[in-house]
Design a protein around this ligand. Structure first.
Ligand code: ZN
Length: 343
């Protein structure tokens, strides 16, 4: 009986503390996952930002409540992280997820599809479906060969590094670990609904505009835009404070797409990787593409070869960006594209 009284007292204390927290912040505490952190962007709109310190999400996702439909963008690389996302989306919106948007066909954005399908429709561009169908199995086979050795190498390196270098390595540690732990259950689930242009999903509370943006980061990119809230989910068309991966896309066309998105004047831009950004984050990436393009063009004029060009130092402005390993690959892509164009 005494125990009961004490317990009751502590429950009342906890309730009082959480009530005052609720009053202070004006919002309830969001559910937590070890794979990502939820951020409320507007009433019924959330970003799930990958936890760089060993999380398995890898990319960022979105949860959008249209009032009568719950929509997810980019359901992560690992099915286990996607299961947390599904649970959280359902808890936050009070209904099952009805649609999943694949803003980028790469495996880090689409391997979570299998957790939502067939209850939810998977929507992507025609090219995204083709890319997933063409590359899913070969990517999994390749990952099975390389991920264990990569994880071992990183585990060793982690013993000796600190600061930014450690932060970078921790992200890749999670990346390979997530892959290895998911191999057994992976199933290919490409979009079952495809678009080639623009699609509007009309909800009872808000509408979502989905644009297929042509070749940029890949040949199958889309963005999802909430005009009233001025929020845009950009998949990997936006890397925020991280070097972008350009190897499967077209930097010039990517930059043109970003310039068009800037015209929408979005107040909030959710990137595929990195923290939630805004219009300045988009400007930074445009600048990145422009500066690197100029650098490579100048070197080509001087007659430099590819081997020399990929050794160019990172411009000071972007020195603190993570994903440093994509920098050389960006220079290489730019070199090849510019050479091709000159022919
Ligand atoms: Zn990505």
């Amino acid at each position: 009986m005494k125990l009961f009284k004490e317990n009751r007292q502590s429950v009342i204390t906890i309730l009082a503390i959480s009530m005052s927290f609720f009053q202070l912040t004006g919002q309830s505490v969001l559910p937590e996952s070890r794979h990502y952190k939820l951020e409320k962007l507007a009433e019924g709109v959330y970003a799930a930002i990958h936890n760089d310190y060993g999380g398995y999400a890898i990319c960022n996702a979105g949860i959008i409540d249209l009032g009568d439909k719950t929509i997810i963008t980019d359901p992560f690389m690992s099915p286990s992280a996607a299961r947390d996302l599904k649970q959280h989306a359902e808890a936050l919106t009070g209904r099952p997820v009805s649609m999943v948007l694949n803003l980028d066909p790469h495996s880090d954005h689409t391997r979570g599809n299998q957790v939502f399908f067939p209850d939810a429709d998977i929507i992507g561009t025609v090219n995204a479906r083709r890319i997933i169908e063409d590359t899913f199995q070969s990517t999994v086979d390749d990952d099975k060969l390389t991920a264990p050795a990569e994880l071992e190498k990183i585990t060793e390196q982690l013993k000796e590094v600190s600061g930014d270098e450690r932060a970078e390595l921790m992200m890749w540690y999670g990346y390979h670990k997530a892959k290895i732990e998911s191999f057994e259950e992976l199933k290919m689930v490409p979009p079952n609904i495809t678009i080639t242009d623009t699609m509007v999903i009309y909800g009872s509370e808000r509408s979502l505009i989905v644009f297929a943006t042509g070749i940029g980061h890949t040949a199958g990119d889309m963005v999802a835009y909430l005009p009233e809230e001025s929020i845009i989910f950009m998949g990997d068309l936006l890397f925020n404070e991280r070097h972008p991966y350009m190897g499967d896309g077209d930097p010039e066309s990517w930059r043109n797409t970003l310039n068009k998105i800037v015209l929408l004047k979005p107040e909030t831009a959710v990137p595929g990787h990195g923290p939630v950004g805004d219009i300045n984050s988009i400007h930074s990436l445009i600048e990145y593409i422009e500066i690197l393009t100029d650098m490579v063009e100048q070197e080509i004029e001087k007659g430099a070869v590819e081997k020399k060009i990929v050794e160019l130092p990172v411009p000071e402005k972007f020195e603190n960006w993570l994903f440093g390993q994509f920098y050389q690959s960006s220079l290489q892509t730019l070199y090849r594209k510019l050479k091709e164009k000159a022919r």
